[in-house]
Design a protein around this ligand. Structure first.
Ligand SMILES: [Zn+2]
Length: 283
């Protein structure tokens, strides 16, 4: 009756020696789902003692580069190190097939090199790409998955996912501002994993590109409001901009928690890469 959430990568597009790019592992029963595949995802998956071949699917919230930089690595590693002639399922919003096709083109030479070299490698990577916008996502496991549109405009389309197993539900929001689609996913769920940025700090930056990111992400306060409104028990914040270590003397993210706690009265989690949170019904 537990769903586990592992923050594989808590970083952002800004390179950080200690934070991989956005990626979260949802584990329930014997199944494991990877949400987004940012920089260094397979290193962190190894850090979580999970082999790429154990993945039941990769679910992309959107096609921003920081969320998909290492999808090529997931594809290649699943092909070479995963179950023999196994098919990797990749779910994402419309446009995902185009991105995957382009990745396969970029991997064309590598695929040929390896197939020519390994006698037992007779097939190229086998992929099942499913484009989704709203509604149930059927992957055939014991975890039921739903998706709904989020609001990361002008980036479109974007989606969030809800994973339910044995009555425990966890929502992975991805990048979004508060919106109806996310509210619907969160209704009655137990936990919300939400990317956040510190708007109060970013507003002070003289860099115009920093200002551009303010209107399509949620702050800790906004993520907290979404969590409170929906009645989830646990809010897990990730994708810290700037990094937790840069905003508070202790570097433990307590300042992020304090901001969220003004609007959300449940359990609030932040953490470094590989931070693990167990979600149980009613906790
Ligand atoms: Zn994004």
């Amino acid at each position: 009756m537990t769903v586990s959430v592992i923050l594989l990568g808590t970083g952002s597009p800004i390179p950080d020696p200690n934070r991989a790019g956005p990626a979260t592992l949802i584990g329930a029963g014997n199944e494991k789902y990877l949400v987004d595949a940012g920089r260094g995802v397979l290193m962190r998956l190894a850090g979580a003692l999970v082999g790429v071949g154990e993945l039941n699917g990769v679910l992309l919230t959107h096609l921003h580069s920081d969320h998909i930089t290492d999808l090529n690595d997931v594809i290649t590693s699943y092909w070479v190190l995963g179950p023999p002639e196994g098919t990797l399922t990749i779910v994402g919003p419309p446009g995902t097939q185009e991105v995957v096709d382009a990745i396969l083109v970029s991997l064309g030479r590598d695929v040929k090199y390896r197939m020519d070299h390994h006698d037992d490698l007779n097939l190229p990577p086998l992929l099942n790409v499913i484009e989704v916008a709203e509604g149930p996502v059927s992957l055939g496991g014991n975890v039921s998955i739903e998706c709904a549109p989020t609001d990361h405009k002008p980036v479109e389309p974007t989606v969030g996912y809800r994973f339910t197993h044995d009555g425990v539900s966890v929502v992975a929001a991805g990048d979004t501002i508060p919106c109806v689609g996310l509210d619907s996913l969160c209704e009655g769920a137990d936990a919300l994993v939400h990317t956040v940025i510190r708007k109060d700090i970013i507003k002070l930056s003289p860099n115009p590109r920093a200002q551009d990111i303010l209107d399509y992400h949620s702050s800790p306060e906004e993520a907290a409001q979404t969590a409170q409104k929906s009645g989830v028990s646990t809010l897990i914040m990730t994708h810290y901009v700037p990094g937790l270590n840069l905003t508070s003397p202790a570097g433990d993210g307590q300042d992020w928690i304090d901001l969220a706690a003004q609007h959300f009265f449940g359990r609030i989690e932040v953490g470094d890469d590989l931070h693990r949170v167990e979600i149980t019904k009613g906790e």
